[in-house]
Design a protein around this ligand. Structure first.
Ligand code: ADP
Ligand code: MN
Length: 177
């Protein structure tokens, strides 16, 4: 059940690496006072993984450990979860699922300047071209809570943060019946 007993909503911000999730979530947390949960950081800090993937140079996330770690916080509400994946979180956790999207050539430049190359760079650009995260979000959550937002420019970021802040402040708990 969406919004099951929470006084404040939970938002999931997903999208291909480099689309601006962490930047957007930090600003949204500043604007609303909610807790920004960067799942990548949490996995590193609490070792919620099963080792290191050499090809893609990232930890192999242990989805069960991550969900166990977050369950109590999510039940309380008032969280913004930041992760480049969304199909393993319980559907009931989120009141809004935001998928950030970026023009391929802009994303390519962002990831290159972050030092991505080879299969890691190609894999992420393909992920964006084929809208993998949007499809994953639509397959995992009710269609009416999934929104795609463009994140090409700093103006896009401000507009997205304003829009999500308004949504957050206007959200009301659903009455159980
Ligand atoms: P993610 O968390 O999705 O991997 P980040 O928020 O870390 O993305 O952003 C990656 C880089 O791209 C950062 O240097 C950030 O400043 C820049 N960036 C992200 N989104 C935008 C945007 N909409 N306009 C301009 N720069 C952006
Ligand atoms: Mn990030």
């Amino acid at each position: 059940m969406a919004g099951g007993g929470r006084a404040r909503p939970n938002i999931l911000v997903t999208g291909t690496p480099g689309t601006g999730k962490t930047t957007t979530c930090s600003l949204l947390a500043d604007a609303t006072g909610v807790c920004h949960i960067n799942v990548g950081d949490l996995v590193r800090e609490k070792s919620l993984h099963d080792g290191w993937d050499e090809e893609f140079e990232c930890h192999i996330i242990n989805e069960d450990l991550v969900c166990d770690e977050l369950e109590d916080k999510m039940e309380d509400g008032g969280n913004i979860v930041d992760y480049h994946g969304c199909d393993f979180f319980p559907e009931r956790w989120f009141d809004c699922v935001v998928v950030l999207q970026t023009d391929n050539s802009i994303l390519h430049d962002r990831l290159s300047s972050r030092g991505y190359m080879g299969p890691k760079l190609i894999n992420n650009i393909e992920c964006e071209i084929f809208q993998v995260l949007l499809e994953e979000a639509k397959a995992s959550y009710p269609e009416d809570i999934v929104i795609a937002l463009q994140s090409d420019t700093v103006e896009d970021i401000s507009r997205n943060v304003t829009k999500l802040t308004e949504w957050f402040n206007n959200w009301r708990p659903r009455r159980s019946s």
